[in-house]
Ligand binder design. Structure first.
Ligand SMILES: [Zn+2]
Ligand SMILES: [Zn+2]
Length: 246
């Protein structure tokens, strides 16, 4: 250990004494430097595990193998696969909400830590490019950051060079999707995305990153634009999904 490392370690230990690490959700002291979220809050998280739809990732109740859901048997999505790491409940909803609407970056280490423990990340084997779902430039100016880009950096800490924000753009400043039905969302988002530099997409295995999967309209519209320019595969990874269990 170098002198600098040693000093950093002492400084961290000193700061921990002055400001003991606390859980970003319930604010109680965790008493454990290696655990950014307390055990109680961690136990409330609902990690998604099998069985789920092998295409859209919808969670099935009970046990059994993954298989296609009724929707995926009937309709064809533009994306190839969706995986979401958590069911939507108060802990994950709070962490995402604090990031997205309050610009609070203090929960990011926690998000990285809890996501890294999901076995579903293994389904994203060596993508060529990683594309955060873009915000319209006006929304980006208002918010000051794109939460999907920040989440992409946390979900793929070893593949940051593959994360591209210059290839997919949101043309339309669509109204907020919250509270809209599936049909309204599809209408709201129709042709909302466009691809820049299509030759950089052609033949590529792309992974789209978003915070929440609700009806799939956003991911599907992005995937449509990417497939139209020759993407070989478009998989979708979201931190959580807000649809109901079937
Ligand atoms: Zn807690
Ligand atoms: Zn499905």
């Amino acid at each position: 250990m170098t002198l600098k490392d040693k000093m950093n370690e002492m400084l961290t230990a000193g700061l921990d004494l002055l400001f003991p690490p606390s859980c970003p959700c319930c604010k109680k002291m965790t008493g454990d430097n290696d655990r950014p979220l307390c055990r109680e809050c961690h136990s409330k998280l609902q990690y998604i595990t099998a069985p789920y739809c092998s295409c859209c990732g919808k969670v099935f109740s009970g046990c059994g193998d993954n298989h296609l859901c009724g929707d995926c048997l009937k309709s064809s999505w533009a994306f190839d696969m969706v995986r979401s790491l958590f069911a939507y409940e108060e802990i994950i909803a709070g962490l995402i909400h604090n990031l997205k609407y309050a610009g609070d970056m203090n929960g990011l280490d926690t998000i990285e830590w809890i996501c890294a423990q999901s076995a579903l990340l293994q389904d994203f084997d060596s993508p060529d490019i990683i594309l955060p779902v873009p915000l319209h430039k006006k929304r980006l100016q208002q918010r000051g950051f794109n939460q999907s880009l920040i989440l992409a950096q946390k979900l793929f800490p070893n593949d940051k060079k593959k994360i591209r924000v210059d290839l997919l753009a949101r043309k339309a400043n669509t109204q907020n999707q919250t509270g809209l039905s599936g049909t309204e969302r599809r209408k709201n988002l129709k042709n909302a995305f466009s691809v820049r530099n299509p030759y950089k997409i052609a033949g590529q295995k792309a992974v789209l990153i978003d915070d929440v999967f609700t009806t799939g309209s956003t991911a599907n519209e992005c995937a449509k634009a990417l497939k139209a320019t020759g993407a070989k595969r478009v998989d979708v990874l979201t931190v959580c999904r807000a649809d109901k269990f079937v």
